[in-house]
Design a protein around this ligand. Structure first.
Ligand code: SAH
Length: 257
């Protein structure tokens, strides 16, 4: 099997975790876009609670904590990420109100109506956009908000090479109007929708990886899984460079109704 046909989920999870744990973000995004999304959510106080699902090492969580006075619970499947998350929170002195827990987004044991906001940057694809929106809704208070980023098509049509790439990686990718419809159907009023700028991929996500890849390859010299993982990430960057006008990440912010 060549790399073009191999999805990232087929690689060794431990290796993937190690690869991504050394960089600040595990998906496209930026502090500015996190702040922008947060600015659409009114009336947050120190009694408010946010769940950050698929939080990774907490790149976006720290930004939320810097701009929001309440409690944040981060959840991620991988203990290595949660260890880094809690260390990052402590470094910023947020340990009293920012806590990371190991958990599966497909089986969260939160209480009904526990949160004012559910946050999820670059991670809802793991459960699927529609399923995530539907199954997490009950954890929100009435009138609570959901803010997620999701891979979306910018055009109705696109070259088959990039279409095939995404059909393999995440077939649920869809156009923005279709995603908005799914948000509405799941019981939310669309509040704000905006695409992440290119720099959220290039500067914030791909550049830190490129800087780290040589060391990673050196550390795992002779390990074919590590070589394939890096080759796949480089292929993904090439796809982005070639086809970035056709797709990107979009922030979808909705209010529970
Ligand atoms: N929000 C972070 C991380 C995005 S990467 C950022 O934007 O930087 C996607 C994250 O989802 C990873 O940290 C991965 O470990 C996590 N993840 C994958 N499957 C999951 C699941 N079933 N439950 C919880 N987290 C999961």
């Amino acid at each position: 099997m060549n790399n073009e046909n191999k999805s990232v989920h087929e690689f060794d999870f431990q290796l993937i975790c190690e690869y991504f744990s050394t960089i600040e973000r595990q998906g496209p995004g930026s502090p500015k876009m996190t702040q922008k999304a947060l600015s659409f959510i009114p009336n947050l106080t120190e009694n408010s609670r946010i769940a950050d699902i698929g939080c990774g090492t907490g790149g976006q969580t720290i930004v939320i904590a810097q701009n929001f006075p309440g409690q944040i619970t981060g959840v991620d499947l991988f203990p290595l990420f949660i260890d880094a998350f809690n260390a990052n929170a402590a470094k910023q002195n947020f340990q009293n109100r920012v806590k990371g827990l190991v958990g599966d987004m497909e089986g969260l044991n939160f209480r009904d109506e526990e949160f004012d906001v559910i946050w999820c940057e670059g991670a809802i694809y793991n459960i699927g956009f529609e399923k995530g929106l539907q199954s997490w809704r009950r954890f929100l208070k009435p009138g609570g908000f959901i803010a997620v980023t999701e891979a979306s098509w910018f055009t109705e049509e696109r070259p088959s090479e990039i279409n095939d790439f995404w059909m393999d990686a995440y077939p649920e990718i869809d156009t923005i109007p279709n995603k908005v419809k799914q948000l509405q159907n799941a019981g939310y009023m669309p509040v704000a929708i905006f695409a992440l700028p290119e720099s959220c991929w290039t500067e914030e996500f791909y550049k830190p990886q490129m800087e780290m890849q040589e060391n990673f390859l050196k550390k795992y010299a002779g390990n074919s899984s590590a070589q394939e993982l890096v080759a796949y990430q480089r292929y993904e960057v090439q796809m982005y460079e070639k086809y970035k006008e056709f797709y990107g990440y979009v922030f979808y912010i909705g209010k529970k109704i």
